[in-house]
Each structure stands twice: as C-alpha cells, then as structure tokens.
Design a protein around this ligand. Structure first.
Ligand SMILES: *Cc1c(COP(=O)(O)O)cnc(C)c1O
Length: 360
C-alpha cells in the first residue's frame, strides 16, 4: 500500500490495483515475453488488448451501436478544433455554453472555424454556476451545442443532463468521464482526455454518432477527420498503445467496483463529506452554487491566504499531495476522482479540521 493520497487534477491518481497489475505485467505480458510497450500495434496480442478495452468501455457506458468509439491523441484540446472542423457541416454557427476556463478555450478554438454563438454564460457571477437551461438562447440552425460537463478548474458541474433541443449536443467530459452514468444516446459527441479519470496522458476518447461522421470539408488533414479515424478503427497510425492498455485495466477495475452506477454512489459520498465540512466552517470557503458543485474537483480557499503555504506543508507531511489550486484561481483544489478512496477524503478533512483548530 502506498502511504500517500494524490489530489492532483490531472494527470491524476490511478487505482493502486491497476498499477500493481501493470507492474507485474511490465516485463512479460501474459507469457508472451514482451512488455505491452514493445508490441507491434498490429500484432494479435496488442489487437486483443485494444479490442477488449473498446468492448469494456462500450459496456460500461452503454454506448449505442450507432456511435463510434475512437481512441485518439492530441488531448481534449485537439478536440476543441476537431469538433468544429468535422461538425460545422456547412452551417453558419455553433452554440457554446460558457461556464469557465475550459469552455473558454473551446470557444476560442471554435472561432478559428466559424461563428460562435454564446448561448449562455456564467461570467456575470465569475463562473460559479451553470446557467439554467431556461435562460439558454439556442440558435435553431446551430451546427451543434457545446458544453463542458465539469469545469475542472472552477469546480462547476452539470448535475442534470442538459437538453440542446434539435441540434446535436457535444460535451467535454474530460474530468467527469465514468464518474456518473450518462445517457450517451442523448449526445452527438462526447470527448475527453484520459488523464483525469481513466488512465495516463496521451489517450483521448471520442464517442461520436454515425450521422455526424463524414462531414469534414475537403482539405481536412487525414488525422483530423473522424471519417478516416473511424474507418481505420483509430489505427491510421500508431495508437498510444500503453495508455490504451492502462485505460483497459481501469475499465476492468471499474467493472469490479460494480460499474458506473456503483462508483457514482461512492463519488457522491466522498464529495458530500468534503462539502459538508466546508459548509460547516467560516475558515474555508467554496464559491460555487450548491446545486452546481463538482463531485470531482473541489476548489476551496482559506480565510487568510497567508496561511496557504503552511496548509500545504502540513498536508504534505501527512501524505496529502497536490492540493495547491490552479495557478489562475489560487487557493486549494482537491480532485477526488474515481480512484481516490474515501479514506483519502477523510484524511483531508481531518487535516483541515486540525489546521483550523490551530490557526482559526
Ligand atoms: C484537462 C482538461 C482539458 C484539456 O485536456 P488535454 O487532454 O490536456 O488537452 C479539457 N477540458 C477539460 C474539462 C479538462 O479538464
């Protein structure tokens, strides 16, 4: 057992069981004499790992048969461009819901490819809430409606499934992937980097409905065309084989935990523990509207920022790592993804309580 709890926002904590299994298979994967890292991506061993990971994720998320599952590279950030490139389909504009830093980046990139209509924005209250659905000004001719399901930096999450009306709904789920059930059939496209809740950096997962594939304009680079990627089973070139292997082990781990619905229960319990404590004291604060608080990323500030360094040093001495907030907002941030055990959250709350006693 490791003696630390890692609260990093990403790359982030992975299940210890998965790391143990990867370690035991590092030199020789299932008796074939090679490490997964050394295998040809076209060989039967790796192909079986790849196919298993795909099948397991399709089952975990109940991905309908009319959607393709792609294992790509370039991060969620590459999708900020690939989405408008492939989904504009000759339309004049796309709708974006602006809920914080990651939406902002997606919007900036989309503007390179067409007109962006900000259908709703939480800027008026410093991105501390999700604009209520009734206030969204959706354009009936929009190519699609884009939103960020969980703002990793601001700690704001859609805790209800959004409704985009007629246009395909496109969601960045990077930091909430597999943390809660999601009705994939309601989305045109779902995407996210693996390094928050699924595996190592280097793998990007895209789930895209068949009818949205094949619309990239002439001149689109092959690697950036969903049609090309889908027709070649994400193997136009060498895929990030080791990252896919680890993601596959995480999918199996999640299955053993009881699947997405079971992990959601634990995630609710963990988040509740931390937010209940935050709300019980004036010493710490979280600015997000209660209904829109993220279950995965919990930013909080200390009453006196001059105590931040002492708080972090004390946390580190207890093995509570990577609690420093994002450079753009300061304070603290505890990311409590699927692989964070509840004991980690209890240890954090214990530290917060004792720190408050000492300095409050
Ligand atoms: C981390 C993150 C990204 C960026 O992911 P990369 O894989 O580093 O490109 C985008 N959106 C959200 C919500 C994120 O948390």
């Amino acid at each position: 057992m490791r003696q630390i709890f890692n609260f990093s926002a990403g790359p982030a904590v992975l299940p210890e069981e998965v790391l143990q299994q990867a370690a035991s298979e590092m030199l020789d994967w299932q008796g074939c004499g090679q490490s997964v890292m050394e295998m040809s991506h076209r060989g039967k061993e790796y192909m079986s790992i790849h196919a298993q990971a795909e099948a397991d994720l399709r089952r975990l998320m109940c991905i309908p048969s009319n959607s393709k599952l792609l294992f790509l590279q370039g991060g969620a950030t590459m999708q900020f461009a690939m989405i408008p490139m492939n989904l504009m389909r000759g339309r004049a504009s796309a709708d974006y819901v602006h809920t914080g830093e990651w939406s902002k980046k997606a919007i900036k990139e989309a503007k390179l490819f067409g007109k962006v209509n900000i259908a709703a924005s939480a800027e008026d209250r410093s991105f501390t809430y999700v604009p209520p659905q009734a206030s969204w000004k959706l354009d009936p001719d929009a190519a699609y409606v884009h939103l960020c399901m969980n703002e990793t930096i601001g700690g704001v999450e859609f805790n209800r499934e959004p409704d985009a009306g007629e246009a395909p709904l496109v969601a960045d789920v990077s930091s909430t992937f597999l943390s809660r059930p999601i009705d994939v059939s309601r989305y045109g496209l779902i995407y996210g980097g693996a390094q928050k809740n699924i595996g190592p950096a280097g793998l990007t997962i895209v789930i895209v409905r068949d009818d949205l594939i094949g619309h990239a304009p002439a001149g689109t680079p092959t690697m950036l065309d969903y049609r090309q990627q889908a027709d070649n089973d994400s193997m136009l070139n060498t895929p990030p084989t080791y990252a896919i292997y680890i993601a596959g082990l995480v999918f199996q781990w999640l299955e053993r935990q009881g699947g997405v619905a079971a992990i959601e229960k634990r995630n609710i319990e963990k988040a509740q523990l931390l937010y209940d404590y935050l709300d019980s004291t004036e010493f710490y604060a979280n600015p997000v509207a209660k209904a829109d608080r993220s279950r995965m990323n919990v930013p909080f500030t200390l009453k006196d920022p001059a105590l931040d360094d002492a708080f972090l040093a004390g946390a580190k001495a207890r093995g509570l790592l990577q609690l420093k907030g994002h450079r753009s907002v300061g304070g603290m941030r505890a990311s409590i993804y699927n692989a964070m055990p509840i004991e980690g959250v209890r240890a954090l709350v214990d530290h917060m309580r004792e720190f408050e006693k000492k300095y409050g």
